[in-house]
Design a binder for this molecule. Structure first.
Ligand SMILES: Cc1cc2nc3c(=O)[nH]c(=O)nc-3n(C[C@H](O)[C@H](O)[C@H](O)COP(=O)(O)OP(=O)(O)OC[C@H]3O[C@@H](n4cnc5c(N)ncnc54)[C@H](O)[C@@H]3O)c2cc1C
Length: 314
């Protein structure tokens, strides 16, 4: 008989795991309080870049596995493409370069002085996956539905109880883990972005220190951002949006003439380290706390969860 797995959470971390496990023939039920497009995973920019994980040795593998997955799944239908990213570093900014060791071979180069954007001391060009969440999340849901997965809209208050019904419970509740697991180390980090009419520029621009990032999606150019710890409201604030635009237009010429078409805010589920482990003695695996790198890590973490799941269920 097929083993039954419940996955708590319908964000990128839960759904990527559901996808990999459904490909292995497990009977999958996704239980979530909210689904796309009403979740943090729809508020991401969302491009592949090692962000919150640079001090975590496990992160390197997770990032690379995710990179490979996206590379193999580039298409119009998935909304995934490989795009040029220019990362620029201001003089004396203290920006560290540990992220370079996370880049797959041949995907990144230091730009010659003649190509460095004006006002910057250093710049890199990288090829990274851009994941258009508005296309990719529905695509994943469709794949799961076609594979026979069941979706239940429900708030879960107790993981142990679910182990009576399912052979394995996987907890990918993101920020929800703060109360579900009584884990106070998981905190929200709000990010606000402005949306401009699409069509410009043709590459991602990233300046972590200012901070400013510009991401060209098909439906909008996303201009970010903010990094606000312990803010629990998903609302945008006009003053912050004005700041975001002012910063972006000061470092990236040509943006100032683009029409504003919207804005949003999302809460990154930050934890000092991602929690990916089996709870001792229980058929529960935790996979949450991916902060500002959920897309960058998702399929690497999902692969590790799948390995753990196979061990638990064999
Ligand atoms: C502005 C912004 C920009 C970002 N840009 C990037 C980027 O460029 N690249 C990148 O890699 N990452 C980016 N991120 C981070 C990324 O969005 C997150 O890391 C990722 O979405 C987290 O996914 P998740 O599945 O863990 O959580 P979520 O998407 O929040 O999903 C959690 C799920 O768990 C469910 N849930 C929670 N509690 C319960 C409960 N008790 N019972 C039932 N269900 C529950 C929720 O309903 C939801 O379905 C960005 C984030 C923001 C806010």
């Amino acid at each position: 008989m097929q083993k039954k797995i419940a996955i708590i959470g319908a964000g990128i971390c839960g759904i990527s795991t559901a996808y990999l496990l459904s490909m292995q023939g497990y009977d999958i039920t996704v239980i979530a309080a909210k689904f796309s497009p009403d979740i943090t995973s729809n508020r991401a920019a969302a491009f592949w870049f090692p962000y919150h994980v640079r001090n975590d040795q496990r992160g390197n593998n997770w990032c690379r596995t995710s990179y490979d997955f996206y590379l193999q799944h580039c298409s119009k239908a998935t909304g995934i493409s490989i795009i040029q990213l220019i990362k620029a570093v201001k003089p004396h900014s203290g920006d560290e370069d540990s992220w370079l060791s996370f880049m797959p071979e041949g995907t990144c180069r230091t730009l010659p002085v003649s190509e460095i954007p004006k006002g910057y001391a250093l710049a890199y060009e990288a090829s990274v996956p851009l994941i258009e969440t508005q296309i990719f999340l529905p695509w994943l849901y469709e794949q799961l539905t076609a594979a026979g997965a069941v979706f239940i809209r429900e708030e879960v208050n107790n993981l142990d109880v679910l182990t009576n019904t399912y052979d394995l419970v996987i907890n990918s509740s993101g920020l929800g883990a703060r109360s579900l697991c009584n884990d106070e180390t998981t905190i929200p980090v709000r990010g606000q972005v402005v949306l401009l009419e699409p069509g410009f520029p043709s590459h991602i621009f990233l300046d972590n220190q200012t901070p400013a990032y510009i991401v060209p999606r098909k439906d909008a150019t996303i201009v970010g951002g903010t990094y606000e710890e312990n803010i629990y409201t998903e609302k945008t604030e006009q003053e912050n949006l004005d700041d975001i635009l002012a910063r972006a237009t000061s470092v990236f010429a040509g943006l100032e003439n683009r029409k504003i078409i919207g804005s949003w805010a999302g809460l990154r589920p930050y934890r000092p380290a991602v929690r990916l482990e089996r709870e001792p003695g229980k058929n529960i695996i935790h996979n949450y706390g991916h902060g500002g790198s959920g897309y960058t890590l998702a399929f690497g973490c999902a692969a590790e969860v799948s390995t753990l799941a196979n061990e638990v269920l064999q």
